[in-house]
Design a protein around this ligand. Structure first.
Ligand code: 13P
Ligand code: SF4
Length: 325
């Protein structure tokens, strides 16, 4: 039985209390569930740790569990395996990919890198292990600005794969990094016209945005930051309403932390729920239960790839620790 669909397609008793069953399996198998903020609320509620890409990598590296179940997307589970290779890493659905990671195929990127021989390669963590293996330092949205700033102003840099995050850093840090032409389908979907109309309807609401959004959107933001930074901003701010330009999953934690504040998801440029990440949302409680019970799908990687991809991630973790992140 397996895995053409990306997960084990087995029947489960609809009467099962999945919260209880998952809790039981976690204890029985010494498993830990790490979940990204873009997961469904139910998944966030059963997770042992919820975080952004940096927080999840830090947790994965230090985990002492026998099994890490990664409720996120493929590149995140890969990062967990790279950082803690003796653990069994499970992913609820192997097909939970990422449009941004897909926008940067390793062969094309190797050729791009070869055309810029005097550049170092800084790469956003939202990429495949093969791209990480071609990089000097990995960054996340939490530490990218500081890591870029730690290099001399005249250092030539390739930044991949997110052109929007790269352009944001170029502007903020006065850099001229060469950008790979990739983007996130979720953060590019926001409509500037609808955002402006929404702001007119809610003049007191603060606009908060993830740096994967396009420059025209970011220009209107009162605050720009990673998923964790956005959440922390809503906790510290005395403002009562926020228009949120990132994936909708984060609203669960924002609302939990600030029950009396109002969070308005920014509208996409069409009528579908496109600011839900379709990859993140492939994960379900049912798939998590099945993955823990059968210990499949397991994320497996070649030792050599683990070794080459680990060096630039470790460099990022060291720099993050130095910056107190
Ligand atoms: P962070 O987790 O760094 O905020 O990145 C957001 C994202 O798009 C993850 O896929
Ligand atoms: Fe990839 Fe964007 Fe989904 Fe994050 S939100 S996993 S960057 S497609």
């Amino acid at each position: 039985m397996l895995l053409e669909k990306g997960y084990l397609d087995v029947e489960i008793d609809p009467a099962l209390d999945l919260f209880k069953e998952i809790d039981y399996l976690k204890k029985e198998k010494r498993a830990v569930i790490l979940a990204h903020y873009y997961q469904d609320a139910d998944i966030q509620d059963i997770a042992d740790y919820i975080g952004d890409s940096l927080g999840l990598a830090q947790q994965a590296e230090k985990s002492e569990a026998d099994i890490i179940l990664f409720a996120g997307v493929h590149f995140m589970a890969e990062t967990a395996k790279i950082l803690n290779p003796s653990k069994k890493v499970l992913i609820p659905d192997l097909k939970a990919g990422c449009s941004l990671a897909d926008s940067c195929p390793a062969g094309d990127f190797a050729a791009f890198k070869a055309r810029h021989p005097d550049h170092i390669v800084l790469t956003y963590i939202n990429c495949t292990a093969e791209i990480k293996a071609l990089s000097d330092v990995i960054v996340t949205s939490t530490n990218a600005v500081q890591i870029v700033e730690s290099f001399p102003k005249d250092q030539k840099i390739i930044f991949a794969p997110d052109k929007n995050l790269g352009a944001y850093i170029n502007k903020k840090n006065g850099r001229n990094m060469v950008l790979w032409d990739g983007s996130c389908m979720v953060h590019e979907i926001f409509s500037l016209e609808k955002l402006i109309k929404l702001k007119v309807q809610h003049p007191d609401a603060k606009i908060i945005a993830h740096p994967e959004c396009e420059a025209a959107i970011l220009e209107h933001a009162d605050f720009i930051g990673s998923t964790t930074a956005l959440l922390n901003y809503t906790k510290k701010s005395s403002d009562q309403a926020f228009i949120v330009l990132t994936e909708t999953g984060i609203l669960h934690q924002m609302q939990k932390a600030n029950p009396h504040k109002t969070f308005i998801p920014a509208p996409p440029n069409n009528s579908c729920a496109c600011n839900d990440c379709p990859h993140m949302k492939l994960n379900t409680l049912e798939k998590i239960y099945i993955a823990l019970k059968h210990e499949q799908p397991e994320l497996l990687m070649a030792d050599e790839l683990i070794k080459t991809a680990r060096a630039p991630i470790t460099r990022m973790l060291e720099l993050s620790a130095k910056f107190g992140l």
